[in-house]
Design a protein around this ligand. Structure first.
Ligand code: FAD
Ligand code: MG
Length: 342
């Protein structure tokens, strides 16, 4: 992990606006570096109950990281990536669930979302100091490995049928983790909390005042805490995928971490950020990456076809804001740099 926690915190795509809370109540809060990012849990409840729920949550997050990280040699994902080409590898129920969900998104999006993208992710290494533009030949050599049809799941066993295929759950696991933490909090009878896993947010219940939580959507071209809009939500996940969190610029071109599995290069769909508002963290995370690769038109069609309970905000490179029908006429922009599309 090369980036510091501080850098990542500054670049968070979505932020919870606690300061605007007009109550004197202070949350019990803990921040730690897990899942390759800065994670903060803030709970408004009695100290003992909140501290117990927070400790349980971080223990569960660290356990999940040990299992799902592609960067930890002893993880289940590393075992799959090194051994599942020769033999079927057994997965636990949790990993099977996430993998199946990832494959469901891959099928429905015809591979725009693809958990078999791991070898290309490692080749580019975007978000680390080793990031580089690979040669066309290097990309070409790995392109057919980045295809979800290379992943075969039978019951809880997985096999990779292309020797170069590597799985990567980086686009979906934090969303799952936010649902997991939400369940730990509700099991502890916590009713008001914010779970922020590197900008993958879940807003549980309401603010202490009884009002909805306020979540700021970052201006993708101004990372100094300026928001394009502020959303008011309750019991919702808010997840953003953008080209401005993990990227490098070379020869005036921006190379970001969301890859188009059909080309092997960073996705160029005309959008620079997409935020998803959904009752489910895992769906919000998978959808944010899917919609980023699909672009505004196909992304909107995808959400309206499969996720009627979900809203989305797309920001295009020509500074337009396009939303799902449910948000039309309701989004108040905080900046004049962007315009709402007709
Ligand atoms: P999202 O849009 O949700 O996801 C983008 C990420 O998904 C990319 O970084 C890539 O990993 C993958 N991806 C790219 N294109 C596609 C595609 N078309 N379809 C599907 N997936 C795609 N980061 C570190 O730098 N070091 C670490 O040690 C580290 N450990 C981690 C361990 C775990 C268990 C998890 C879940 C994440 C870890 N991360 C680590 C962070 C991870 O690598 C991603 O950068 C992060 O999850 C990106 O999330 P996002 O919300 O910014 O973007
Ligand atoms: Mg995602």
């Amino acid at each position: 992990m090369k980036k510091t926690a501080k850098t990542l915190a500054l670049l968070a795509a979505t932020a919870v606006l606690f300061a605007a809370c007009s109550t004197k109540a202070e949350p019990i809060r803990k921040t730690d570096f897990v899942l390759g990012t800065v994670c903060t849990i803030s709970i408004y409840d009695s100290k003992d109950k909140a501290e117990q729920a927070i400790e349980q949550s971080f223990r569960a997050l660290k356990k999940l990281e040990q299992k799902l990280s592609a960067n930890i040699p002893t993880s289940l994902i590393s075992k799959i990536n090194t051994q599942a080409h020769n033999t079927q590898i057994e997965m636990d129920t949790e990993t099977t669930f996430i993998m199946q969900k990832a494959l469901e998104y891959a099928e429905k999006s015809q591979g725009a979302f693809d958990p078999a993208i791991g070898a290309l992710v490692k080749l580019w290494n975007i978000g680390t100091e080793e990031a580089k533009i690979p040669s066309k030949e290097e990309i070409q050599a790995l392109l057919s490995s980045a295809d979800y049809k290379n992943i075969k799941i039978t019951d809880n066993r997985i096999k990779l049928i292309n020797p170069d295929t590597r799985v990567d759950l980086g686009a979906i696991a934090k969303g799952y983790a936010s649902d997991m933490v939400k369940n730990i909090l509700t099991d502890n009878n916590v009713k008001k909390a914010i779970i922020d896993l590197g900008g993958n947010i879940y807003a549980l219940g309401t603010r202490p005042t009884g009002e909805d939580w306020r979540i700021g959507i970052q201006d993708p071209r101004n990372n100094k805490g300026r928001y394009i809009a502020i959303l008011k939500v309750s019991n919702k996940a808010v997840v953003t995928s953008g080209d401005y969190e993990r990227f490098f610029i070379k020869n005036n071109r921006r190379y970001h971490h969301i890859l188009d599995p059909s080309t092997g290069y960073p996705a160029e769909s005309g959008i620079i950020s997409v935020s998803i508002i959904s009752p489910s963290g895992i769906d919000a995370d998978a959808l944010s990456t899917t919609a980023f690769v699909l672009g505004a038109k196909k992304g909107l069609d995808f959400i309206e076809k499969y996720h009627k309970d979900t809203e989305a905000i797309f920001i295009t490179e020509d500074k337009k804001i396009i939303t799902t029908k449910g948000l039309r006429g309701k989004l108040k922009l905080e900046t004049e740099d962007y315009k709402l599309a007709e």
